[in-house]
Design a protein around this ligand. Structure first.
Ligand code: TTP
Ligand code: MN
Ligand code: MN
Ligand code: MN
Length: 382
């Protein structure tokens, strides 16, 4: 980043993709309180309200960093309601609504359910309405037995290829059975080791591939909840052919080697992603449960590993799209649409009026195409 870039990012834009958002968690009470309400809105399916809290948090975080006393006048883009909540916080040191939510049993049940991969807010509410409250009740409901077999993996592997349905009951069962492992965070060194092993196996499936570890790892998080690996082929002329079908081949190979234990979701590249549900892009991907080979020196912990496959011409949009944060991605799409007449997603950039496609050759080129100052990954923690 040069000095002009740094200066440009200091300006407080309405779009977080035009701001520098470092990782350091200020752990401010205000942000925590707002986040309780944000999560509650999310769990209740109140998307618009959730977003205004998410934006308020993203803006508060950068302003709080310079001073612990939030100066309300300096918090731009906040609606009346949010301003009054911040005022309440400045006066009383807390936000009554957040306190109430934290103490609510509905909020805590929905949060516990939503922490299981595959249980979104909608399913969480449905489970709650069935009278379920605790994780133990959830286990009984899904008839989870300790030790999920490899057969579950193979049948999922086949059935998930056939349809676009994102979450099967089976993948919830797997995530539930493995929740003690999957809730443990992954240190950077292990993220790197997992990627190394994946790439080693990929090499024997298809030569000439390359990858970038995206997600929170790339934003500098010391601990990640999963590993996100974006994969492509280095040959621009033949690359898309080589990437086609690679997802399934690699997953099979990793499964044979005992590294991939379960497949929670898998899809091949699809041109028209009409569903646009959880996994918004059209890239081929496999969401897996992975385990490192036996090593007497350490305990084996099952890990979530996401493998994303992009043709060379959309590799850098895929990397940007999968680096996050979710808020940063949201504003990238909004910025592209509202300010540039472009459509951005991980699977490509296109011009809205004539659908012309753009193929950036580097991450910087992605930002240039979108008319944005380059924001390094570690400053995308909005
Ligand atoms: P995640 O792996 O879910 O999140 P993360 O890597 O940021 O953090 P962690 O895994 O440690 O919890 O998603 C990877 C990136 O993909 C995310 O940073 C942004 C992007 N993404 C979206 O923009 N929207 C989505 O719905 C999902 C699932 C991912
Ligand atoms: Mn991740
Ligand atoms: Mn995650
Ligand atoms: Mn992920």
């Amino acid at each position: 980043m040069n000095a002009a870039d740094v200066a440009a990012l200091k300006h407080i834009s309405r779009f977080c993709c035009q701001r520098a958002s470092p990782l350091i968690c200020p752990n401010q009470t205000l942000v925590k309180e707002l986040d309780v309400i944000r999560r509650s809105r999310f769990l209740e399916g109140e998307e618009r309200s959730m977003l205004s809290y998410a934006r308020a948090i993203a803006v508060s975080v950068i302003l709080l960093r310079s001073s612990p006393e939030p100066d309300i006048a300096k918090l731009p883009f906040l609606g009346e309601k949010l301003v009054s909540l911040v005022e309440e916080f400045v006066k009383t040191g807390e936000i009554a609504e957040a306190q109430k939510k934290s103490a609510s049993s509905r909020f805590s049940s929905l949060s516990i359910f939503n922490a299981i991969h595959g249980i979104g807010p909608h399913t969480a509410r449905r489970l709650y309405s069935l009278g379920l409250r605790t994780i133990e009740e959830l286990e009984r409901y899904y008839e989870v037995t300790p030790g999920v077999t490899d057969e579950d993996t193979l049948s999922l592997l086949e059935s998930n290829l056939a349809k676009d349905e994102v979450t099967t009951e089976k993948s919830i069962k797997i995530a539930l059975a493995l929740r003690h492992d999957l809730s443990q965070t992954i240190p950077r060194q292990e993220v790197e080791e997992i990627c190394r092993l994946v790439m080693q196996e990929l090499q024997s499936v298809e030569e000439g591939c390359t990858s970038v570890i995206a997600g929170g790892y790339r934003r500098g998080k010391p601990q990640s909840n999963d590993v996100d690996i974006v994969i492509t082929h280095t040959d621009w002329s033949l690359g898309s052919q080589k990437v086609n079908g690679l997802c399934k081949k690699l997953v099979r190979r990793l499964h044979e080697r005992g590294l991939v234990k379960h497949v929670l979701y898998m899809s091949e590249f699809h041109q028209h992603n009409v569903l646009r549900t959880h996994h918004w892009d059209s890239l081929a991907k496999a969401l897996t449960v992975f385990v490192l080979p036996h090593d007497p020196a350490r305990e084996r912990v099952y890990r979530r590993v996401d493998l994303i496959f992009a043709a060379p011409e959309v590799f850098w949009t895929a990397v940007v799209g999968w680096t996050g944060s979710t808020m940063f991605e949201r504003d990238l799409r909004l910025w592209a649409k509202q300010e540039k007449g472009l459509k951005f997603d991980s699977s490509g950039i296109s011009r809205r009026h004539d659908s012309k496609l753009f193929f950036p050759k580097s991450e910087r080129e992605v930002f240039e195409l979108l008319g944005l100052t380059y924001v390094p990954p570690t400053l995308r923690n909005a």
